[in-house]
Design a protein around this ligand. Sequence first.
Ligand code: SF4
Ligand code: SF4
Ligand code: SF4
Length: 233
Amino acid sequence: MKIDQLNQLIDCLEDALPQTQCTKCAYPDCRGYANALASGEVLPNRCPPGGIDGILRLSQILEPIFPHDAFELHPTIDPECGLERPRPVALIDPKACIGCTLCIQACPVDAIVGASKQMHVVLSDWCTGCDLCIPPCPVDCITMIDVTANQTGWDAWSTELADIARARYHARDIRLDREERDNDARLAKKANAKLAVINAENPSSEEAKKEQERKRAIIAAAMARVQQKNHGS
Ligand code: SF4
Ligand code: SF4
Ligand code: SF4
């Protein structure tokens, strides 16, 4: 398959995924699972949020390339990935929350607001029900509440909600990238200031000169690591 055809296939598969970015498929995000599906390395039954309907959608796209008749006849979500279930939304118990911010860091769509040592709140309109905020909470004060009664999979979700979740996921990526670069710039400024102080020293003994060189080397290595990371990203 040519590279542009492969990319079209990946785009098409990604569009058919719910975009909760929950990682239940064992890939880092929906795009990652779409990539794996397009390469034929996994079956289309690893996405619990998409449910049985999701398997059929993916199978229809993949069928001309990798026949998956068995899934169209007997579709079942791989139990290793979880169960198809009503769509939940996270709810934080305000009395128990200690404001540690760990849930914010885990949320792939920035659906939680709050500051350090202050109560956190889930913006339920944006919550995809991915469960990723549950494990890091040190006081177990987040509960998942079903909001779609008996409706599951794509019956409990929509293309519009998937598009919003994908946009929020990408916006979060951009925010994290910007914050990392800002932090690197701050550290580089601090390192340069420290280097200027060290360079201004006038060591009088051999031992002091060695110490000055040692400090310079530590700062140079730290700055090189930051530069290498930025060039590699
Ligand atoms: S919704 Fe979750 S399980 Fe489905 S493809 Fe996206 S990350 Fe994987
Ligand atoms: S609030 Fe929790 S369950 Fe909802 S999207 Fe964020 S991490 Fe997922
Ligand atoms: S992880 Fe739990 S305790 Fe920490 S801010 Fe989130 S809800 Fe509060």
